[in-house]
Write a protein that binds this ligand. Structure first.
Ligand code: ZN
Length: 480
């Protein structure tokens, strides 16, 4: 049970320095008034173990979609649907909840994205409380999905409710809610879903509320994500294996030559040595080496690779890893010269890097560095685009303003070294859309791990920030 409204510290209502058209005080009061109800709804959602993996009961996922749809209706949306597409193998994808409020004449449309499916709980013994029973301890709400990403859903709904309540008839912004039901399973039908519902989901601005803030008390807009290319290269040196005693010496074996080729991919400092890749130094904030070493579990004595700030090495420079090799396993190794060996690479790309150009640059490098004239075959694999926000766009400026206004602290423009693959799908489908990546998490939220939690104070700030952004976008539109 959630206690009285006084239990969770309210945000002071005397905000200064905001654009006159946005009634910050009234919106803050509306968020504060309904905040305990918002948390209670989040607690109800946490109780439903909706997991989109094939090994879990799909009825729970349907129950999760139904519960979300009810909350969407309660928030005042009339057109609410539960939709799904089939996967390539014919089995059904996860149920998405989509709701729409058409834009008034001349107003833009904003799509608010989050996902209602969650990660499995994992090892129960690692949890300090039941994963599917929300529990408040020390200002945090614990439970699977309490942060990732049921809090994203509740932030969208609470913001929508507050803004419609305060602005009433003046609220003409088009709003589409898109709550996916299979994100933690890799969004297998996302692309098909976009193609089938392209008009239903069309928007001018998309808010993806599935990232993190900088730390407790400091908001962030996630302004860049790296792209990715992968594939294999194979080195061939003999037509077949031969006796290593009879023939070894005048010719080197394929694993040795493959290793020499792999060694050319980085310079002596550990920078990626492939020519022609986009690489940038400027980042707005940095991480400390100590934090990085601890988070990545780097062993004592191991020197870090690359140059520039840690953040630029993670966010705005390429990173090239060998993630698998085909060579004989040690247990079955025999005394022969191995004729062929193969490696799989995974290369993260800086924002602004065209994946095709990166793939071509790597192919060129690998083919031109064939050691001892060995035959090298390069086979491209998957590729995904990097993402970066134009922080001077009207939508990004409003988001940064709203984050700063709500927290009372300048927001951090943060990069993420990984990728959110479906963002590339959104951009391909809607090339003109402005995408904002926000979040309710903080570095201690432990999404996907045991004891996942949400910082309740920051959650309130996140709800208010989105409320303010919706109100300002409604008032000013997207005109530069
Ligand atoms: Zn998520």
């Amino acid at each position: 049970m959630w206690p009285m409204t006084s239990a969770h510290a309210e945000i002071p209502q005397n905000k200064q320095g905001h654009p006159g058209s946005t009634p910050v005080e009234a919106l803050t009061a509306a968020v504060n008034e309904s905040f305990d109800a918002t948390l209670a709804s989040l607690e109800d959602l946490v109780a439903i173990p909706g997991i989109a993996w094939a090994s879990f009961d799909p009825k729970e996922l349907d129950r999760s979609a139904d519960a979300v749809a009810s909350l969407v209706k309660a928030a005042g949306m009339e057109d609410v649907r539960i939709l799904r597409c089939n996967k390539p193998d014919g089995t059904p994808g996860g149920p998405a909840v989509v709701a729409r409020r058409p834009a008034a004449q001349g107003k833009p449309t904003i799509l608010l994205y989050a996902h209602h499916d969650v990660q499995p709980p994992g090892d129960r013994s690692l949890w300090h409380s039941e994963p599917f029973v929300a529990e408040e301890r020390n200002g945090r709400l614990y439970g699977r999905g309490a942060a990732d990403d049921k809090a994203g859903i509740m932030a969208h709904l609470a913001a929508y409710s507050a803004v419609t309540k305060v602005l009433g008839e003046d609220f003409g912004l088009g709003v589409t809610l898109f709550f996916e039901g299979e994100e933690e399973a890799g969004s297998p039908t996302f692309r098909t879903f976009l193609e089938e519902h392209q008009e239903l989901l069309r928007a001018d601005v998309i808010v993806v509320a599935d990232s993190s803030n900088w730390k407790v008390g400091v908001p962030a807009l996630t302004t860049s994500l790296r792209g990715l290319v992968d594939g294999t290269f194979e080195v061939r040196v003999l037509e077949h294996a031969v006796h290593s005693g009879m023939f070894g010496g005048p010719v080197l074996d394929a694993p040795t030559l493959l290793s020499r080729l792999i060694a050319t991919l980085h310079d002596d400092h550990g920078n990626v040595a492939v020519a022609g890749l986009v690489s940038r130094d400027e980042v707005a904030v940095d991480l400390t080496e100590a934090d990085y070493r601890a988070d990545a579990s780097v062993l004592d004595g191991v020197r870090l690779a690359g140059s520039g700030t840690i953040a630029s090495r993670l966010w705005t420079k390429p990173a090239l890893s060998i993630i698998g090799m085909d060579v004989p396993a040690v247990d079955v190794a025999s005394n022969t010269l191995i004729p062929a060996a193969r490696a799989k690479f995974s290369m993260r790309l800086a924002p602004g890097q065209d994946p095709e150009a990166a793939m071509a640059a790597l192919k060129q490098h690998v083919e031109s560095h064939a050691p001892f004239g060995a035959q090298v075959t390069f086979t491209p694999g998957e590729s995904g685009n990097a993402f970066s926000t134009d922080t001077t766009s009207a939508a990004a400026r409003m988001a940064l303003w709203a984050l700063g206004e709500s927290w009372g602290v300048k927001p951090v423009e943060m990069g993420i070294g990984g990728s959110i693959p479906f963002i590339a799908d959104l951009l391909e489908m809607y090339p003109e859309v402005q995408i904002l990546v926000t979040g309710v998490e903080d570095p201690d939220s432990r999404a996907h791990s045991a004891n996942e939690s949400l910082h309740i104070g920051d959650f309130r700030h996140a709800v208010l920030a989105e409320t303010l952004m919706l109100a300002r976008l409604n008032a000013e539109g997207l005109a530069e």
